[in-house]
Design a protein around this ligand. Structure first.
Ligand code: PM9
Length: 467
C-alpha cells in the first residue's frame, strides 16, 4: 500500500453525506443529461469534480470572517488582504476580483487587441475563452512531454523556449500582448513549471518587450513540487520558492478558491502602476469597487489567513501526499493515469482505458458517468468536450490528452474516502469491457460547453447497453 501520512488537522465540524443506490444514481444521471456537472451535489458521495472553492476552511479562517469590515469603500479587510498578497506573492499592486475568471476578463480586456496572439503553457478553458473573446489566438508552447500521459518528465509545465521563439518570430513581438503562464498546469494534470523555466521564459519574452503573467491558482502546490524535484531548491521553504516563481513575472491572476483555501475570491497582482490603474478602472465596471472587487470584507479576511496557511509545510506536504496516495493506488492496480502524479488531481487516461470508445464519442465523459454510477464518485472530463470548438472554423478540437480528472478538495476528505474512490475506479477499469458505447451531444452550449452540455449514449439507453 502507498504511504498515507497523517493529516495536520483534526475535524471540528462535519457535513453529513447522503448515500444513494445504483437506481438513484441512474435516475439522477439521466436527469443530468449524462453530465455529472449537472448533478445535484446531494446525489454525489465523494465529490472530486473540482478543488476550486470546495476547500474546508480552518478555525482561524472562520474566526477571521468575524473581523470582516463590510464598508463599501476602503474596508480595513482590503488592506489586510492586500498585505498578505504582497508579502507572499511579492507584487506591489493588488486588485481584488470575485474569482479567477473575473481577473482573466480584466487582464484580457486591458491588453488584448483583435488579431493578436497569446502563447502559453497549455490552455485553460476559462483563460483561453477570455483571450479568444477579446480577439486573440492562443498558441500552446508547452514542452511536448506535457501531452504524453506516460512521460515521467518532472516539469511537464515547462515552456519549450524553441516553440516560444517560433511564435515570436512568426507573428512579431508587437502582436503578442503577453505570455500566459500557469503554475501548475491544470489541463496536463497539475504538472509543475520549474523556477528555472519561469526565469528563462521571462528573460526571452522581456528581451522582446513582451510581459509575462502567471496564473498562480496553484502556485503553492507548484512550489512544493519544485522543492521535491528541482535541483537546488530542496532546502528552500515553500514560501521562498513561491516568491521565486513570481519574481521574474510582470504580474499574476489568481483564483483564491484553490491554493488560498477559500470558497470564493481572487485577485490581479501587478508591478506596472499604469496597467494597475487601467485594471482598477475595469474592475469598477465589471467586478465592484477596487477595494473589494466582488468579495465581501469577510471573504478577504479569510483569504488573507488562507494564504498564510497555504505555505505552511505541514499543510502542503499532506495535501499533495493525499493526491499522491490516490494516484499510487490507481497506478499500482494498472489504471492508466497521467504521470508523474500532479499537485491537485489524479487524471485517468480515458483514451487508453477505453480504446474501444472512439475519441469522437468522448471516452473521458463516459468514464465520468461510469464511476458516478458505480459509487457516487464525481470527476470531470478534461478532454475533447472541455477543449470545445475552434472559434474561427467551428471544428471540434481534439487535444492529445483525453482525461477524466479527479480533483481533491483541500482538507475535506479522509483516507477512507480516497480508498473508496480508488476501489471504485479500479472496479470500473476492471469491468471496462462492459462499457458498450460512448456519448454524443444532446445539447451543446456555445461557451465553456462542458459545464452545461447534455449528452445521450451513442446507442441504446445506457452506456452499458449492448443492443
Ligand atoms: N479551475 C477547476 O475545476 C474551476 C472551474 S473549471 C473552468 O480546475 C486555472 C488554472 C483554473 C481555474 C479554475 C481558473 C478560473 C483559472 N485558472 O474558477 O474563475 O484552474 O475562480 O478560476 C477550475 P475561477
Amino acid at each position: 500500500m502507498p504511504v498515507y501520512p497523517p493529516e495536520p488537522w483534526r475535524i471540528k465540524m462535519v457535513e453529513p453525506l447522503r448515500t444513494t443506490t445504483r437506481d438513484d444514481r441512474e435516475e439522477a444521471l439521466r436527469e443530468a443529461g449524462w453530465n455529472p456537472c449537472l448533478l445535484r451535489s446531494e446525489d454525489v458521495y465523494v465529490d472530486l469534480f473540482t478543488d476550486s472553492g470546495t476547500n474546508a476552511m480552518s478555525d482561524r479562517q472562520w474566526s477571521a470572517l468575524m473581523r470582516g469590515d463590510e464598508a463599501y469603500a476602503g474596508a480595513r479587510s482590503f488592506y489586510v488582504f492586500e498585505e498578505a498578497v504582497r508579502a507572499f506573492y511579492g507584487y506591489e499592486h493588488v486588485i481584488p476580483v470575485h474569482q479567477g475568471r473575473g481577473g482573466e476578463n480584466i487582464l484580457s480586456r486591458c491588453l488584448i487587441r483583435p488579431g493578436t496572439h497569446v502563447p502559453g503553457n497549455m490552455y485553460f478553458p476559462s483563460t483561453r475563452a477570455h483571450q479568444e473573446l477579446n480577439g486573440a489566438t492562443f498558441h500552446d508552447v508547452i514542452v511536448d512531454e506535457a501531452h504524453d500521459a506516460e512521460s515521467e518528465h518532472p516539469f511537464k509545465g515547462d515552456v519549450d523556449l524553441g516553440k516560444l521563439r517560433a511564435v515570436i518570430a512568426e507573428f512579431g513581438a508587437d502582436a503578442i500582448p503577453y505570455v500566459s503562464l500557469a503554475a501548475t498546469v491544470n489541463m496536463a494534470g497539475g504538472q509543475p513549471i520549474s523556477v528555472a523555466n519561469v526565469a528563462e521564459t521571462c528573460a526571452l519574452a522581456h528581451a522582446h518587450g513582451i510581459p509575462v503573467f502567471l496564473d498562480t491558482a496553484r502556485a503553492v502546490e507548484n512550489a512544493w513540487l519544485v522543492k521535491q524535484r528541482e535541483p537546488g531548491w530542496a532546502r528552500a521553504s515553500v514560501a521562498e520558492i513561491l516568491l521565486a516563481l513570481c519574481a521574474p513575472t510582470d504580474g499574476a491572476v489568481m483564483s483564491a478558491k484553490k491554493d488560498s483555501l477559500a470558497n470564493i475570491g481572487g485577485w490581479i497582482a501587478l508591478r506596472d502602476p499604469v496597467l494597475a490603474e487601467q485594471a482598477r478602472g475595469l474592475v469598477l465596471v465589471y467586478e465592484g469597487l477596487h477595494t473589494y472587487g466582488g468579495m465581501t470584507g469577510r471573504d478577504m479576511e479569510a483569504i488573507a489567513v488562507g494564504i498564510a496557511e497555504s505555505v505552511e509545510e505541514d499543510h502542503i506536504r499532506a495535501r499533495v501526499a493525499q493526491v499522491e496516495y490516490l494516484g499510487e493506488r490507481l497506478d499500482r492496480a494498472g489504471v492508466p493515469i497521467t504521470r508523474p502524479i500532479g499537485g491537485h488531481c489524479v487524471c485517468i487516461d480515458a483514451a487508453a482505458a477505453l480504446p474501444h470508445v472512439p475519441r469522437t464519442d468522448f471516452p473521458a465523459q463516459t468514464v465520468a458517468c461510469a464511476i458516478y454510477l458505480e459509487a457516487g464518485v464525481r470527476g470531470v472530463e478534461r478532454g475533447a468536450v472541455t477543449a470545445g470548438r475552434d472559434p474561427v472554423t467551428g471544428v471540434n478540437r481534439l487535444p492529445k490528452l483525453e482525461l477524466l480528472r479527479l480533483a481533491i478538495p483541500r482538507r475535506v476528505y479522509t483516507r477512507a474516502h480516497m480508498d473508496l474512490v480508488a476501489d471504485t475506479v479500479i472496479a470500473v477499469h476492471r469491468d471496462r469491457d462492459r462499457i458498450a458505447c460512448g456519448l454524443t451531444f444532446a445539447y451543446e452550449p456555445r461557451h465553456l460547453r462542458f459545464f452545461q452540455a447534455r449528452f445521450k449514449p451513442v446507442s441504446g439507453a445506457s452506456i452499458f447497453d449492448t443492443r
